[in-house]
Design a binder for this molecule. Structure first.
Ligand code: O2Y
Ligand code: MN
Length: 596
């Protein structure tokens, strides 16, 4: 161990000989001027010490240890409760390399502007250096990151969401490369909040927020925005996808990766519990949010979940909607912005049981039943270890990953999109994925029912020009001998009365069964202008109160709706100018032709 002079006022010991890391920590310390530097080792003793410190200063509150052992509550600043896309930037030398769907700032300007906010930001604070691994330890598909932060809450969350500390430094080694992430709470003012990505340097700078995707830099910032750039450079895919294994009664498991825009129930699908009507079927959870997928030597696409935990949205989660999530979050979890019952248990709208007469709301204020305000913030979260999930796959940490047979893309559409359809081939599937769109819900800010185009569910997370990203997708498929088949699903189709036509939740297994049958060359399908639809009767509806007429409606394709959809997609493509791959425009025109 060498002694390492970090700042004029601080001497610390560095546990690594990685020169690049030591130099960067030095540089960060000179800029941020912390009182102390702590290299996070990930040990139990260190964790206990940090928890005590946070409990003493009120950053964390201990929850009912009988019902929720080792669980804690954090209340974030009320102005800091969600990812802030309008303050998130991609800083490439050329504006066009970020593309029209990203905010852009020139790297030098970003460094000047945000550097000024980091200058002295850690005075009086401890600077934590968190080495972490995204992906299973020892996997050739994993990558190392280092987050420097002045938030002990971030350290505690990163301990759940990643493999961090000494094991990560070991994986990094003396010469390894890593993604750099510098984070400071700053003064938490939205006016001085910036989440900057420098893909050319594999660097992230985040200041002014202590919340979720803005502050836990391994997640959206690294595993999607920076990793999508690395994936393009290195020939793989970094996607906003859950990964699940569907095991048949015969014991055969098929792996599916599925992309849905935020707020479409990815965590629920990843942890689906098969209904009693489907004996022998099992769903295994590999991941609920992000998939890193590499072509394997066998010509298949192999996926790992880069994360070690779930940062799930609490409201709406119950033992009815997601029993596996409820079991996962019952211990060793951190809750952010939920309400608390009088006996110290976490509470949110939609959780099991009756609404208590009184609660402490997400801001720490008294709340009484019947209040017009929500007790838990609509974006309140649980951070829970994936290994505690009852449905966690026995292969979730396999170093080589799991082989993906099918991709599902979907959005929340009241009309237009049928329950499920299959793309004709890879290029058509990529086109279908670029057409993903979702309607906003009451849980999101702004107007309800507004269609937001969200290609591959990656609009807020692609670290480079999305048109180039579509080009990358088009190139990956032909390099695979057994590319995944591509499907589009819509669990949210409504009838004229505004009621959902499909029961969703566990019954989605019936759609997954058809997907698996199609992957095995079985499963009846009929040709439609938009792709292959399930043949009548091909989706098992036995025991379900969904009539053949409703199934017909669920699988109907209205040419007028789809013509409008093709026009809207054309307008969306036009924003990307000449960079859209010609193949996608060819697919769009072919769709219009087929619609007649
Ligand atoms: O608001 C945040 O910071 C969290 S957003 C999030 C969290 C977990 C998984 N996905 C998302 C998302 O927005 O897609
Ligand atoms: Mn997500």
């Amino acid at each position: 161990m060498t002694t390492h002079i970090a700042t004029p006022q601080t001497t610390t010991h560095t546990p690594t000989t990685n020169a690049e890391l030591n130099a960067w920590v030095d540089e960060a310390a000179h800029l941020c001027k912390p009182d102390r530097i702590h290299w996070v080792d990930g040990s139990e003793a260190e964790h206990a010490r940090l928890l005590e410190e946070m409990l003493t200063e009120g950053t964390l509150l201990r929850l009912n240890g009988h019902h929720y052992p080792d669980c804690f509550l954090h209340r974030s600043d009320p102005s800091d409760v969600a990812r802030t896309e309008h303050l998130t930037f991609i800083c490439t030398s050329e504006k066009d390399d970020a593309g029209p769907s990203n905010n852009w700032m020139a790297p030098a300007e970003a460094k000047r502007k945000v550097g000024a906010l980091f200058d002295g930001a850690m005075r009086g604070r401890t600077m934590y250096v968190i080495p972490y691994v995204m992906g299973p330890l020892g996997s050739p598909l994993s990558k190392v990151g280092v987050e420097i932060t002045d938030s002990p809450y971030v350290v505690a969350n990163m301990r759940i969401m990643t493999r961090m500390g000494a094991a990560a430094l070991k994986q990094l080694g003396p010469d390894g490369t890593f993604v750099k992430g510098l984070h400071s709470l700053g003064d938490l003012s939205p006016e001085r909040r910036f989440i900057m990505h420098f893909p050319e340097e594999k660097l992230i700078w985040s200041v002014g927020s202590g919340y979720g995707g803005n502050a836990l830099l391994g997640k959206k910032c690294f595993a999607l925005r920076i990793a999508s750039v690395q994936a393009r450079e290195e020939g793989w895919l970094a996607e906003h996808m859950l990964i699940l294994g569907l095991e048949s009664p015969q014991g055969e498991t098929t792996y599916v990766a599925a992309a849905f825009p935020s707020a479409c129930g990815k965590t629920n699908l990843a942890m689906l519990v098969p209904p009693a009507s489907q004996p022998g079927w099992k769903v295994w959870t590999v991941g609920d949010d992000i998939a890193w997928m590499h072509p394997g030597p066998d010509g298949r696409l192999w996926a790992i979940n880069p994360e070690a935990g779930f940062f799930g949205v609490a409201p709406g989660t119950s033992s009815k909607t997601n029993p596996n999530a409820m079991a996962t979050l019952h211990s060793h979890s951190i809750f952010t912005n939920v309400a608390v019952t009088p006996d110290g248990s976490p509470w949110w709208e939609g959780i099991d049981g009756d609404v208590p007469a009184t609660l402490t709301d997400w801001r720490g204020r008294e709340w009484t039943r019947g209040s017009s305000e929500k007790a838990a913030h609509p974006n309140s979260r649980f951070t829970a270890p994936a290994r505690q999930c009852p449905s966690i796959s026995p292969h979730w940490e396999d170093p080589q990953g799991v082989p993906i047979s099918a991709f599902l893309f979907g959005g929340r559409r009241a009309r237009v999109a049928p329950l499920v359809f299959e793309a004709r081939d890879w290029a058509h599937g990529v086109f279908v994925a670029t057409a993903v769109a979702s309607e906003t819900t009451a849980a999101q800010s702004g107007a309800v029912g507004v269609v937001r185009r969200d290609p591959m569910a990656m609009l807020p997370f692609c670290g480079y020009n999305m048109a180039d990203y579509w080009g990358h997708w088009l190139e990956v498929g032909p390099k695979l001998r057994q590319p995944p088949r591509i499907f589009h699903v819509n669990w949210f189709r409504q009838g004229p009365d505004g009621k959902f036509l499909w029961p969703g939740f566990g019954e989605n297994l019936r759609v997954l069964k058809w997907v698996v049958e199609r992957c095995q060359g079985r499963g009846g399908a009929v040709e439609a202008p938009i792709g292959h639809l399930p043949a009548p009767g091909a989706i098992d509806t036995a025991g379900l109160s969904v009539s053949p007429e409703t199934m017909k409606e669920l699988l109907s394709v209205d040419p007028a709706d789809w013509r409008q959809e093709a026009v809207a997609l054309g307008e969306f493509f036009a924003k990307f100018g000449g960079r859209v791959p010609p193949e996608l425009e060819r697919q769009r025109r072919a769709l219009i032709d087929r619609l007649g």
